[in-house]
Design a protein around this ligand. Structure first.
Ligand SMILES: Cc1ncc(COP(=O)(O)O)c(C=O)c1O
Length: 393
């Protein structure tokens, strides 16, 4: 009998179980909302990136339904062949105006926006200078580009400067950071990095996935928050988190965007967004512009919840955003914290190695503008109870 050539995967999975790193997928029974049902249990949901509640916003839902009625469910092609619809162009025009740049190209996800862009603009002769906690999609883009990768310690601009000091003047260099770091919720040091990029002639790129819809005027992101307009060459945003639908985009000069039309492999080789997604994203930008109070509410909730966790005595790291990690230590403890919270009616997923360092396992909480004070107090009471049980507070 033929031996299973994939047998080694079962061994690997057992090793994950032995190390407390095995993850079971939790299943959402209903909509992605602040209070919902997961695996048959009603919970306060602290684990989605649905910062503004747009996944179920009536305006987005309506526009998506109309798009299905009018244009069907798919585009049937990649953008460069037959898959560009008028609404893709409208979305890109709207995003470019919103982000105050010459042009935008939309990708299928934030992941493909990062990976597709970095791998398109660099070659093996170039070098990337990258924060150690940058998102996996940036890392994969760097690897695909075959450029040399030089990693600097988290937010350490002096270390980045030292790396740059040792590189040949004529070499093409990309300096890259997350705007908001996804597992810690802290911000990239944009003003200092932009200055360094200008001093050393680097291309400056910021992945603003978790800042889109959250930071800056009407949610324009960290570039707006820090007043860095015109100083970041490549901005990446997502449409999958605060925008509530799916996708990623690159914002920059017309030449950059036209180049990506010709060389970014996910743009060339993967089918474009279905009409409902593009329509929902267009409606989301209108909501950001016309209902900015939802962003204010997000920040009020963020302050309330963060101060509550701090008062209880949890280690919440150095977050500056609605992402608040509750650090538990090893992965078994983080998993236990998440499981016990779930039993108490709070969904806060554990994040373990390799997503974070082995001794920094955590549950990651994200409040949204649609949580009520009662929801958040309920969650804080559960954290107090379980935190004491596990000796975390
Ligand atoms: C910092 C960062 N960049 C990019 C992405 C990818 O975005 P998307 O989910 O739209 O693919 C994520 C999402 O996990 C992220 O956290």
């Amino acid at each position: 009998m033929r031996q299973d050539p994939l047998g080694y995967l079962s061994t690997e999975l057992q090793a994950l179980r032995d190390q407390g790193l095995y993850r079971r997928l939790r299943v959402l029974d209903g909509e992605q909302k602040a209070c919902t049902s997961i695996d048959g249990r009603s919970v306060v949901n602290l684990s989605s990136n649905n910062y503004l509640g747009l996944t179920t916003h009536p305006r987005l839902r309506q526009k998506a339904l109309e798009a299905v009625e009018k244009f069907g469910v798919g585009t049937g092609s990649v953008r460069t062949i037959a898959g560009t619809m008028a609404m893709h162009m409208e979305l890109e025009r709207k995003l470019a105006e919103f982000k105050n740049v010459e042009a935008v190209v939309v990708f299928q996800s934030g992941f493909t926006a990062n990976a597709g862009t970095v791998s398109a603009i660099l070659t093996k002769d170039d070098v990337v200078i990258s924060d150690e906690l940058n998102h996996a999609s940036i890392i994969d883009g760097c690897r695909l580009s075959r450029a040399a990768i030089r990693v600097f310690p988290h937010k350490d601009v002096d270390a980045a400067r030292r790396i740059l000091g040792g590189l040949p003047a004529g070499q093409r260099k990309l300096l890259i950071t997350d705007g908001v770091f996804s597992m810690d919720g802290d911000l990239g040091p944009l003003p200092a990095l932009c200055e360094l990029a200008e001093e050393t002639g680097c291309i400056m790129m910021v992945d603003d996935a978790h800042a889109s819809g959250v930071f800056g005027k009407n949610g324009r992101g960290t570039i707006d928050h820090f007043g860095m307009h015109g100083r970041v060459d490549i901005q990446v945003g997502t449409l999958s988190k605060a925008i509530g639908a799916l996708g990623g985009y690159v914002a920059g000069t017309k030449a950059l965007i036209e180049f990506l039309h010709h060389r970014a492999r996910p743009f060339l080789f993967s089918t474009s967004h279905p009409p409902a997604v593009a329509a929902a994203c267009i409606a989301a930008i209108d909501v950001l512009l016309e209902e900015p109070e939802i962003i204010d509410r997000l920040w009020e909730n963020t302050r309330f919840f963060k101060s509550g966790l701090a008062r209880l005595g949890f280690d919440t790291g150095l977050s500056e955003s609605p992402i608040t990690p509750v650090i538990a230590g090893d992965s078994a403890r983080a998993t236990k914290l998440s499981d016990r919270l779930f039993e108490e009616g709070v969904f806060a997923q554990s994040i373990v190695f390799p997503t974070v360092a082995k001794d920094k396992a955590r549950v990651r909480t994200i409040v949204t503008s649609t949580h009520t004070r009662e929801d958040l107090q309920f969650a804080l009471d559960a954290f107090a109870k379980v935190g004491k049980e596990l000796g975390l507070v």
